[in-house]
Design a protein around this ligand. Sequence first.
Ligand code: GDP
Length: 606
Amino acid sequence: MLDLFSIFSKGGIVLWCFQGTSEIFSPSVNALIRSVILQERSGNTTFNHNSLTLQYKLDNEFELVFVVAYQRILQLSYVDKFLNDVHLEFRDKYKNELQGGQHMGDFDFKACFDAVLKGCEQWAKSQAKIPKQMRTFEDSQKSKKTVASMIERKGEEKGKKSVKIVEAKLTNGKPEEPEEDASDVLAARAKLAQKLSKSKKEVKKSPKSPKVEKDRTKKPRVWELGGGARDLPELDFSTDKPEDSNIIADTHLVGRMTGAIRDLEVESDESSSEEELEHTAPSPKKTGGMFSIFKGLVGSKALSAEAMQPVLEKMRDHLIAKNVAADIANKLCESVANKLEGKVLGTFDSVAKTIKATLTESLVQILSPRRRVDILRDAMHAKQEGRPYVMAFCGVNGVGKSTNLAKICFWLIENGMSVLIAACDTFRAGAVEQLRTHARRLNALHPPAERARPVVQLYEKGYGKDAAGIAMEAIRYAADCKVDVVLIDTAGRMQDNEPLMRALAKLIKVNSPDLVLFVGEALVGNEAVDQLVKFNQALADHSATAHPHTIDGIVLTKFDTIDDKVGAAISMTYITGQPIVFVGTGQTYTDLKALHAPAVVRALMK
Ligand code: GDP
């Protein structure tokens, strides 16, 4: 019945293997390692690949992985027990070898394996004969609720609501989505995203929470002659002050963005929490932060699932409070639990370190893009090929597309690139003027050498024209004039607006930009995740090609307004697998940062 059982070290050495058929299993096992174990998606221990179901268990003490594979159509009720039993048997039998780190030993395990398998098959048969009984209270979902989880705290309502919805769906009994094909990570992500957007809709429908619908449509901005964005204090070119005085005031920004984009720095109070954990005697100093949650684990020998359960529950609440989507918070906790179970925490201070390292490792995996985006390098490469590097910006109205496009333009100029901005937002009144002002401003900050052309040019054709056509002409113009980078500003559109999404798909299809960036507001949290998923889906649906060009990266704006609620960033990358290329952190040209896992971890642990 079983096709494969393999025991291998996390370092990749196969210790023992049983194969029931002559089929080649390595692609499936490799897919499991690549898509689940390495990507920290180890919350779910079942994985489907082609016609196989693979189930695995981690041994964190000896750093081993136990994998069983069987045909997907089979319903084997004993697999969980079997994995556990084999795991225990193998550990007991070879603990001396494993302790000595002799992963290359001769593990004659077949007889034992057969005996355990037989035992489990008999157990399954006997279980099948027992009539179904009602679940005890301990088995039910209710028993897992803590008093703390039922208390609604101020500021946590949002997270709590989505948790409730997820639970309600689970108890519904019937599957909500088509069967998950775990072999395809994208499918899993799409499913998760769908869930998220569904939860959102249900929240909206709920009569108990009559939310006032926020008017998200952008009001046309009134532009003054020679004016700029009125709401940008630093970039405000309008009214009373003559423009020149502003230009002089801003010159201190010049030269501050050379080289790669700087990392976002998050201040944390983790040092005090860590310090606290490192002392056995309780310190009078008051500490907050996530580390304090783990104080309960101190003194445990090998960490058991039971010992970790209440702690993980708190960690999950903490993550949800930081705006991490409930499903993803669950997965992160499960992933941390899987990595910690069985670990022996020696000294007192190692608790904090181990958990921090584990969480960081998981988040690094989640936040690490599937592909690296290095704009400066790619732009140089395109230049060598004699063509401009083209970036397109899309997103809903008012999220900060034009402002952040201008910031990116500033960064490119600081790095010696010449830029052409293609004004393809031919809908919104004032959009072209806004870009014109930015271009003028940027040129004033980086004046060209005598008789040289300006570093930033604007390609504009006014309003009401076909955006895809303007973008195409702009790219052609940039190629002819040897401009290094083209930045295409597109009109803001709601993710559900089919005609506009179709137009965006066309713009991307006919112009094939090197990078399509989705601009989303960190401020709206998981709403931005919903927008991103729908943009991606619409681009795929409307492009009418086998390999549609979807979103390549994310610009997360208004990060300065969200305090430490970094959850949306995690959710966005987790769901799409696309990197957060830039974060906007304010309203000056230099307020553009890169987001890396350590900063996110610090913000999460606060
Ligand atoms: P668009 O319609 O998407 O092009 O949005 P705009 O570029 O016009 O920006 C809308 C508003 O968001 C403006 O008032 C900007 O000043 C503001 N904004 C953009 N990026 C940021 C940011 O990173 N932080 C803050 N605080 N405000 C921003």
